[in-house]
Design a protein around this ligand. Structure first.
Ligand SMILES: *Cc1c(COP(=O)(O)O)cnc(C)c1O
Length: 466
């Protein structure tokens, strides 16, 4: 009967969502509920659960993309179910990955007389594992050739103390000693006066960082290349450079095209970057490239049959969605060189504006002004009249929805507490002006709070020096 009284079953579907049984009981959180619930109820429950999550667009802590164009989202949603590793089932996707590797090789000036290799990854962490492993395998091969006792000592990797945690993971997972070159107040990136002191016959390579996570500063890769060039002339155990360009790899080529940090430098043999940072794709894509196949040991390349031929694969992960690759390719063709440049130029201008405003408060000492990577990092000018710290300011900003982290700088500089703003493509000038207003009122509120802390709490909260 078409227009009869609804059955019980139909009633269930017609009932208002907040009159439904799912909303009327506590769904178990740590074991499966026994029976299914309706999709619309499940949707409401999960989306309500996420209501008070931080708003990603107001998250000024992350380098990861928080906006993509609707057309990109549509394409990505259309390819969620495709497994990028099934290269024979999805040859177009495999081809798109290959085109991306070529586009990036071109962007990073891979020399035409050498044969570059590269792959997509889940992010820079996986890319760094691969870059590190390639260096370790190559070092071992060369060490054995020259009769070095490879069991006498752990091989080591040299990097500044501003390294991202993925390098610590690499060293733990693959049993390599992490040799960190300390940073100090005068060296807020790799210290070129000291770095070669850390290199010996057991060094698998040196990592230069194009965009230190903590501060946004660049290592001087060209300077490092010169030092390595000299070193390699007098040894059977040459070292090479891997550039961790997680954030700079898709920024510097557009903003400082003349800065030499990439394959234009002879001793830079591999580079990684995160597609989901300034490559402008949602989280889940990274890249690693070697300037020539001689630097990627064959043992790390596995063959997968591909439409009758053989396609090499060298990633650590196997199954993952093709969406991120499709999103990366969309951005490449959609924006082109000039489009990326326009977006990054605007991002850069916002960073300059924020730095200016922060300076004008007279309260902060700028550690990184965003002139290179659009990351602004600042400490508080010590002043006894201040009743508040950067941690308090972070709390205040969070009350207005902004997530701006405060943390100590890495080893050897850990007495300096900084606050960091990562300016991303989707942080426009209008949002920046709003942010500055909120920042100023947060400061006013803190200045006028007259909060009296118990004396014993003070060393914890105020106990840092500039
Ligand atoms: C973000 C970052 C990483 C890790 O990258 P993921 O893509 O998040 O895995 C590694 N190194 C540096 C310098 C970074 O900034």
């Amino acid at each position: 009967m078409l227009y009869g009284k609804p059955s019980d079953e139909e009633n269930k579907y017609l009932s208002p969502i907040f009159g439904s049984s799912a909303e009327g009981r506590d769904i178990p959180k740590f074991k499966l509920n026994d029976t299914p619930i309706e999709p619309r109820e499940a949707y409401e429950l999960v989306s309500d659960e996420l209501l008070d999550e931080g708003n990603s667009r107001l998250n000024l802590a992350t380098f990861c993309q928080t906006y993509m164009e609707p057309e990109a989202e549509k394409l990505m949603a259309q390819s969620f179910e495709k497994n990028a590793i099934d290269k024979s089932e999805y040859p177009r996707t495999a081809d798109i990955e290959n085109r991306c590797v070529n586009i990036i090789a071109n962007l990073w000036h891979a020399p035409s007389e050498e044969k570059f290799m590269g792959t997509s990854t889940i992010g820079s962490s996986e890319a760094c594992m691969l870059g590190g492993m390639a260096m370790k395998f190559n070092w071992r091969k060369n060490a054995q050739k020259h009769g070095l006792d490879t069991n006498a000592k752990k091989p080591n990797l040299v990097i500044s103390s501003g390294y991202q945690v993925c390098w610590e993971k690499f060293c733990v997972y693959w049993d390599v000693e992490l040799r960190t070159v300390p940073m100090d107040a005068n060296h807020l990136s790799l210290d070129l006066d000291k770095v070669m002191d850390y290199v010996d016959d057991y060094t698998i390579g040196i990592v230069g960082i194009l965009g230190i996570t903590y501060s946004g500063r660049y290592d001087d890769i060209a300077g490092l290349n010169k030092l390595v060039e000299v070193h390699n002339q007098n040894t059977d155990f040459p070292v090479y450079i891997h550039v961790d360009a997680a954030s700079g790899g898709f920024y510097t080529p557009f903003m400082e095209a003349d800065l030499k940090w990439d394959f234009r430098l002879k001793n830079v043999i591999s580079i990684n970057a995160s597609g989901h940072k300034y490559g402008l794709v949602y989280p889940g894509v990274g890249w690693v490239l070697w300037r020539d196949k001689q630097f990627l040991p064959e043992e790390l390349v596995f063959k997968v049959s591909y439409l009758g031929g053989e396609l090499p694969t060298m990633a650590i992960n196997f199954s993952h969605s093709a969406s991120q690759l499709i999103g990366q390719y969309y951005n490449f063709i959609r924006y082109g060189y000039q489009g990326y440049k326009a977006i990054h130029t605007r991002t850069h201008e916002v960073a300059a504006y924020l730095t200016q405003e922060l300076r004008e408060t007279g309260l902060f000492s700028i550690v990184n002004d965003g002139a290179q990577l659009p990351v602004i990092c600042y400490s508080q000018i010590p002043d006894k009249t201040h009743e508040w710290t950067l941690y308090d300011l972070s709390d205040r900003l969070l009350m207005k929805g902004w997530q701006v982290p405060s943390y100590p700088l890495p080893a050897d500089l850990s007495q300096t507490v900084v606050q960091r703003i990562v300016v991303r493509a989707d942080f426009g000038m209008n949002m920046a002006v709003d942010f500055v207003q909120d920042l100023k009122s947060a400061i006013d509120e803190l200045n006028n709070a007259h909060i009296v802390f118990h004396e014993s709490e003070k060393p914890k909260r105020y106990g840092f020096t500039h």
